[in-house]
Design a protein around this ligand. Structure first.
Ligand code: SAM
Length: 232
């Protein structure tokens, strides 16, 4: 998979070189380009923002540098592509979105700053590439870089060869057999720690009973923390 990021803060993306994503880059499973939006400006101050038309506080990202950046980056054919515009007013990014995006050959992330990107950029880009405006959650970040990194991690760990044991993806919150549930509590050794014991059933070796206990725990946790997932 090819990943491209357009940002005014390229340094954020040094985090890509760490852990499983870093390893996937090293082994060639991922190709990555981090692009400073300011390279597509033409004035002395490398301006990427301007005042909002219609009035109001803050600044808006100008369409011209974005248009030129996308023209340049989309000129290279990397197969089935999707432009992701990070935005708190986008569709919620979910595990299902992550699984779907993992099937693309290339993802481009547009990281907004200020009050966001001039709305015509998404309209224009949609003429030549699939565009999704995606939100990381119901809160406002200063910029799209952290959102792009979070989405990257959720997508990349689903690519074949990235996670050492693919079976660990089969039973996770929001996916596989736990599609509408949060994952049950997990434990490791020792069986007793600071007066707290691992639930006895997990030490029984009885696989069917353990599976039932985990399912009950997942349901109970979901009902308590995220009843919306159960459709209650
Ligand atoms: N004025 C915008 C609003 O009220 O919806 C907020 C703009 S925010 C300060 C600047 C940029 O941060 C956005 O253009 C977007 O790229 C990114 N951003 C902020 N919150 C986000 C979220 N929850 N999900 C994805 N991107 C977000």
């Amino acid at each position: 998979m090819r990943l491209d990021y357009i940002t005014i803060f390229p340094d954020y993306f040094s985090a890509l070189n760490v852990s499983l994503v870093g390893k996937a880059i090293e082994t060639g499973l991922l190709g990555v380009g981090v692009h400073d939006l300011r390279q597509w400006t033409h004035d002395l101050h490398r301006t990427v923002d301007d005042t909002p038309v219609g009035g109001g506080a803050g600044m808006v990202m100008k369409p011209e540098p974005w248009g030129e950046a996308l023209d340049d980056l989309l000129a290279a054919d990397h197969g089935r592509s999707c432009l992701i515009i990070t935005s708190p007013s986008g569709e919620p990014f979910t595990q299902a979105q992550a699984a779907d995006l993992a099937s693309y050959d290339r993802l481009l992330f547009a990281c907004g700053r200020y009050e966001g990107i001039d709305a015509r950029v998404a309209q224009w880009a949609a003429k030549s590439v699939e565009v999704r405006e995606l939100s990381l959650g119901d809160y406002v970040l200063n910029g799209g870089e952290v959102a792009a990194l979070a989405m990257t991690e959720a997508v990349v760990r689903l690519l074949p060869g990235v996670i050492g044991n693919p079976e660990s993806l089969a039973e996770e919150s929001y996916s596989g057999s736990l599609e509408h549930l949060l994952e049950y509590p997990v434990y490791t050794k020792p069986a007793s720690w600071r007066g707290l014991d691992v639930p006895e059933i997990l030490l029984s070796g009885h696989h069917a009973k353990i599976a039932q206990w985990r399912h009950d725990q997942a349901e109970e946790l979901t009902r308590r923390r995220r009843p919306d997932l159960l459709g209650d």
